[in-house]
Design a protein around this ligand. Sequence first.
Ligand SMILES: Nc1ncnc2c1ncn2[C@@H]1O[C@H](COP(=O)(O)OP(=O)(O)OP(=O)(O)O)[C@@H](O)[C@H]1O
Ligand SMILES: [Mg+2]
Length: 510
Amino acid sequence: MISTTSDYLISSEGDRQVRRMRLLLQKKVFQLPQQYFDQQISGNLTSRIINDVNILRNFLTATIPTTVTGIITILGTVIIALFLDWKLTLLMLLVFPIDAAVTIPLGKINEKIANQTQNSLGALTGITSEGIKNIKTIKLNKAENDLVNKIVAEINNLFNLSLKSDRISAVIGPLQSMLSFCLILLIVLYGAIRVKTGDLSTGTLGAFMMYFFQVIGPINEVAMFYSDKKQMMGATQKIREIISKTPEEELSSSPKTIKASYDFDWLQLQNVDFAYNSIPILENINLEAHSNEKIALVGATGAGKSTLVNIITRLYPINKGKINLNDKSYLDFSLEQWRGFFSVVLQENSILSGNIRTNLTLGLNRKVTDQELWDALAIVQLKDYVSQLPNCLDNSIGEEGAQLSGGQRQRLQIARAYLRDFKFLILDEATSNLDSDTEKVIMTALDKLTQTKHCGIITIAHRLSTIANSDRIYFLKNKTIVASGTHGELLEKVSDYRRYVHEQQLKEKR
Ligand SMILES: Nc1ncnc2c1ncn2[C@@H]1O[C@H](COP(=O)(O)OP(=O)(O)OP(=O)(O)O)[C@@H](O)[C@H]1O
Ligand SMILES: [Mg+2]
């Protein structure tokens, strides 16, 4: 009864700790800097966040209660045994160091196996979820076998690790029994000698042996605690690593309070350098963008245009230089405040699973009327399409918008970006999948509306018609901005730009 109650109390406290850990971990993960995610396989990371905590739960709700109940039983029995005969009791307690001699070295092996098992489980989840997410690519490249081979290799790896663990369990039980048996022999022998010398009665020896048999099981369980703890530590290495990481906010700013009412309308980058993992990508970047202005970033593929967006929006910290809004440094703003100034359509697909409405209102912390949503959809020429869907705004669109066309996805992303409150709208190849006519209609509408909102637009595009009418074009080459001006000025003065435009025109004609 007592042990059941203590088991419940301890395991329910364990569950509370697990809940606390899950909340802490999930919150922490989404605060980690972008660089951390660049190095992870998403499925793998997901698996670790979920499965590692399961191991912790097992430790807190099974190992700890068993150990505590075991200790209570041992203490109770030892006290009675001491009254019976203290010498025999000391002999009985010898079982602890003997057990420890077995379980302590085991701990190290268990820790390693547990860590490898969680890694392997993570890798298996990562491969499987990546395969499912990219099933079209897998099918069209006839890569099913490659995928299956990778999965089989990981399953075999897991199997081998489980066998190792099974072998340890298979050895540890009999080894503990053998040692206990030796100890029983020792106690019986010692007891018999003392009975013979009249120092101990047969009844006391019998009673003592009864207590010994009662306590030997809990002693063996308690002796496993160290090894189990090591195993848990090995399995939870990754979540401890996540928890100990510095959140991106603390890494990149020391925000002072800046009044939200202050009207920022001038973005400036001064002598900015940036490297990904110490590989220089941008050097000495100088750039300005004002509200009511439409600027463009142009350059060959891989020149660093999207990277510029990444550093402007502080997804990555710069290595040198300044980024300012009016006279305030970006370091003076909290990340949340800073990112609130920009609304970005990323080059990659950024539609989430859910429906049209949840995608449009993603992250918006204000009430949005249906009319506002329809107006935004009208700007991007999606109103007709959405209104004929069975559930209109609430129509689900599949994972990452799988049920939409490439151009529809892009337009939905533009509508989402438009609905946010921003000072600068950044469009990174946001209209690359649209036909020129639709693009023109959308861009003209956006230009007009952002002007009435007193906002600026920063456009990145290879297609010349998208950027030709910009107020200023920044031309990126060899990691830096080699020229800026209107399309006409650049064509006239910059031979590299002329060449770029010529090549682009050839591509567009093809
Ligand atoms: N997360 C990253 N980690 C490391 N290197 C990166 C990362 N993202 C981009 N790069 C590298 O930075 C360089 C610039 O990439 P970026 O995406 O900024 O080019 P881009 O000008 O936008 O090209 P595109 O016109 O093809 O979109 C490339 O060499 C790329 O390999
Ligand atoms: Mg890009």
